[in-house]
Design a binder for this molecule. Structure first.
Ligand code: TYD
Ligand code: MG
Length: 471
């Protein structure tokens, strides 16, 4: 059932595509005819003098308003306020040294990934270091939050039990509490569960999410409170999700990984105060999240070296990371056969399979193909193509990359072109260096093989599948 919000005099409905303003909600925008684009917003408050203020700056200044006074940049004071280091090294590094007072950081991620854990840890450590903190939760009861904090107190974040908690979903109450308490750092968990009572839309709708973020940002800037805003990302990534906030906040961090697995990556997608080229790796333990500083060593040590396993020399932001890519090719009864991926893009696998079959003589036909990046790591770069292709080729032929008696796994990286050529990817040196550092001397790259066919020959040599050898 679709609930149609009723207009209140305080609300307007704005089309997110063309900006058309309507007094009531429509399924289709009366102006540009796009469907489902009208989102509720607070109506601008008419100001004395006739101008319409607020409303996202949509109203023009009325004639007669005092003109602003532009200031040369040289005369602008830019005090570099000291950063609030959370004590979680990977998080601080991503933030460019710690939280900036008065800033808004959006932490996105799918449910169960560990957002509440990470933010509780950050507050616990800050509280332990003598900062004032506030944890606002619209999702969980104080009792549930306490149970989590108990796990963390004994492990990753001593101080977690000292964090003041407010379980509240009403935006006005939350803003008033922040104004009264003036904490150094505040967590809002999550932006989708708070709601302004004067907007009719349910909490989590685009209009509400934007209103919550705007009001919180306003109070944060006035108080100098650093705010960590937690937001759920749905599988589609967009639905009333934190995407609508990306332009508003100072920094967007994305927590990724598979929630059943131990490893998670934290990535900066936008950063006004640091670089966006960085990634932190965490492991979820019983007593909280622990930074993983030797991820490559772990993944290489755990690599199986069985048919279908190849090590990918990936770049996670500005750091090289070695991860194992596994493939399984098995006869299928389904039409069309299954293509199941975890950790890579499904469309990329389709491309790799097509080029393997057309240009490298490796066909998986109508078999099911499964590809998995071990440890729950996600690699979103074309540089993963070659490792995926070699893993599939090994699985399809039942042979070990590098040969049965190779002592170390084969490592690979490179992009596959549609005509079967291998294309160079960024950071060739750093990837190769990382592979050599961990003893992976058999390296297949666009520099060692110009085509995918050549790369397959290099990785599997004259190796025959065990069945053919037995015959
Ligand atoms: P949570 O932080 O609640 O995820 P989110 O806020 O992103 O939805 O926690 C996710 C999972 O982590 C949850 O299933 C329990 C688990 N967990 C641990 O394994 N160890 C811990 O120390 C904690 C606090 C949670
Ligand atoms: Mg949570």
């Amino acid at each position: 059932m679709v609930s149609v919000p009723m207009a209140r005099p305080t609300s307007i409905f704005v089309c997110s595509d063309c900006g058309h303003i309507a007094a009531k909600w429509h399924g289709q925008c009366p102006s540009c005819e796009a469907w489902n684009t009208l989102a509720e917003e607070r109506a601008p408050v008419p100001r004395a003098g006739g101008g319409a203020g607020g409303g996202g700056g949509r109203g023009l200044r009325a004639a007669g308003s005092p003109a602003g006074r532009p200031v040369p940049l040289r005369e602008v004071s830019a005090d570099r306020a000291p950063r609030l280091a959370t004590g979680i090294g990977e998080l601080d590094r991503l933030l460019g040294g710690g939280l900036v007072p008065g800033s808004l950081v959006l932490l996105g991620g799918s449910p169960g990934i560990g957002k509440s854990t990470l933010t509780t840890m950050a507050l616990g450590l800050l509280q332990g270091a003598g900062r004032s903190t506030l944890y606002v939760s619209g999702e969980e009861s104080p009792a549930q939050i306490r149970l989590r904090a108990e796990r963390l107190e004994g492990g990753a974040a001593p101080g977690a039990l000292d964090v003041p908690v407010l379980a509240e979903t009403d935006l006005d109450t939350v803003v008033a509490t922040i104004a009264a308490e003036r904490p150094d750092v505040c967590v809002i968990d999550s932006v989708q569960t708070l709601g302004a009572s004067d907007l009719t839309g349910a909490a989590g709708t685009v209009g509400q999410v934007r209103e919550v973020a705007t009001r919180i940002m306003d109070i944060a800037k006035r108080n100098g409170t650093a705010v960590l805003l937690v937001g759920h990302v749905t599988k589609e990534g967009s639905l009333a999700g934190p995407r609508v906030l990306e332009h508003l906040v100072d920094c967007v961090l994305q927590f990724e990984g598979e929630k059943e697995r131990t490893y998670r990556t934290l990535r900066a997608l936008k950063n006004r105060f640091g670089s966006t080229n960085d990634v932190g790796v965490f492991e979820m333990r019983d007593s909280g999240l622990v930074e993983v500083l030797d991820a490559s060593a772990r993944f290489v040590a755990e690599a199986t070296r069985a048919p279908g396993s190849v090590v990918l020399a990936a770049m996670e932001g500005s750091r090289p990371l070695l991860v194992e890519v596994q493939a399984l090719v098995s006869p299928s009864e389904l039409v069309p056969p299954r293509r199941v991926v975890s950790g890579i893009d499904r469309n990329r696998l389709a491309l790799v399979l097509a080029v393997l079959s057309r240009h490298a003589g490796v066909s998986v036909g109508s078999a099911d193909v499964f590809v998995n990046v071990v440890g729950g790591v996600r690699v979103d770069e074309p540089g993963a193509d070659l490792a995926v292709a070699l893993a599939v080729a090994g699985a399809a032929r039942g042979v070990v990359a590098g040969g049965e008696d190779a002592r170390v796994p084969v490592a690979a990286f490179g992009e596959i072109g549609l005509t079967g050529e291998l294309r160079s990817v960024a950071h060739h040196d750093r990837r190769s260096e990382e592979a050599r550092k961990f003893g992976l001397t058999q390296l297949v790259t666009p520099e060692t093989a110009p085509t995918l066919r050549e790369a397959v020959r290099l990785a599997f040599g004259s190796a025959r599948s065990p069945s053919r050898r037995a015959a």
